[in-house]
Design a protein around this ligand. Structure first.
Ligand code: ZN
Length: 302
């Protein structure tokens, strides 16, 4: 994939429609490479990261969001987080799942995730993060987010995302689009879009034929007063560090830390998102325990 990943934001119909289109091939390629994802996992994660990038672009400043799919399906769920400036990361709980293709000859993403629940947690820097949840509908990700937007955010939306995986597991193409009707949109616009979308090729076909995000938006909304706004690069990025892992150890609490300090010479911590490995020596765990003892607020029940 020679094309760098990016996201385009647009409006149409006199600003009463907002639309987003994304190329995310490198993003999912990076996740696939780091985590050794098998095709179903790549497809589920690629689709989810693509929507998360769109939702991230709706945020401001330091705000960020986490998408969690809790699943009793064989993929066992996934976690994705994205920020407002085009960074995304994610992992699936069963990365090497192998499933036969579904009845349409496609990767069986729905079968791998259903039954389950889609959670969106948005941290807007307020005291309580905003959280919305819906049951998975088809489990194909795009449908589930469309349902989430309609039910949880009262925003009628078309969500079409796709990740094409080659038989050898490498990523052929990934991306998608989201179209949302804003509250003052003319009621006939929904019908108009409903009639049009079935005549547009599936998003994986558009991506595979090399259509750019701009071209996809023109195909969808080109005759509806389409205005392309900003274009921003998007990338797989994990901000983890030894410092963060060390701090997260404190949240385990005194008892657990004492047990660890007794049992292990050195703790090995692996980041789920990027597979980076961190080592924390026993001495450092003992230091953390001392810190816990010295901070009265940490150890008491709230
Ligand atoms: Zn990491």
């Amino acid at each position: 994939m020679e094309q760098r990943d990016y996201l385009i934001r647009a409006t149409a119909a006199n600003g009463t429609i907002r639309a987003f289109a994304v190329h995310s091939g490198e993003v999912i390629n990076e996740a696939q490479r780091r985590q050794g994802l098998y095709p179903v996992a790549s497809a589920a994660l690629g689709r989810t990261m693509t929507v998360a990038l769109v939702m991230g672009s709706m945020l401001k400043g330091q705000e960020h969001l986490t998408v969690q799919i809790q699943s009793d399906g064989p993929l066992k769920g996934l976690v994705v987080s994205a920020d407002s400036v085009g960074n995304v990361r994610g992992y699936v709980r069963n990365p090497q799942l192998q499933l036969p293709l579904n009845s349409k000859g496609k990767l069986a993403v729905g079968d791998s995730l259903r039954p389950g629940t889609l959670h969106v947690i948005r941290d807007m820097g307020l005291k309580e993060p905003y959280q919305g949840s819906v049951l998975l509908q088809t489990g194909e990700v795009g449908d589930d987010f469309a349902y989430y937007f309609a039910v949880s955010e009262q925003t009628p939306s078309v969500v079409s995302v796709g990740t094409l995986v080659n038989p050898d597991g490498s990523i052929q193409a990934s991306g998608g689009y989201v179209i949302q009707l804003l509250p003052d949109a003319d009621t006939t616009l929904a019908e108009h879009l409903e009639q049009r979308i079935p005549h547009i090729p599936p998003v994986t076909a558009l991506l595979d034929s090399g259509k750019s995000p701009e071209a996809i938006l023109h195909l969808l909304l080109g005759d509806m007063d389409l205005k392309l706004h900003d274009k921003r690069s998007v990338q797989y990025y994990c901000p983890c560090s030894l410092e963060r892992f060390r701090n997260s150890l404190i949240t385990l609490g005194r008892e657990e830390l004492e047990t660890l300090a007794h049992a292990e010479e050195e703790l090995e911590l692996v980041c789920h998102f990027c597979q980076e490995t961190y080592h924390v020596a026993r001495d450092e765990v003992v230091e953390l325990l001392a810190e816990l003892a010295n901070s009265p607020t940490r150890d008491t029940e709230e």
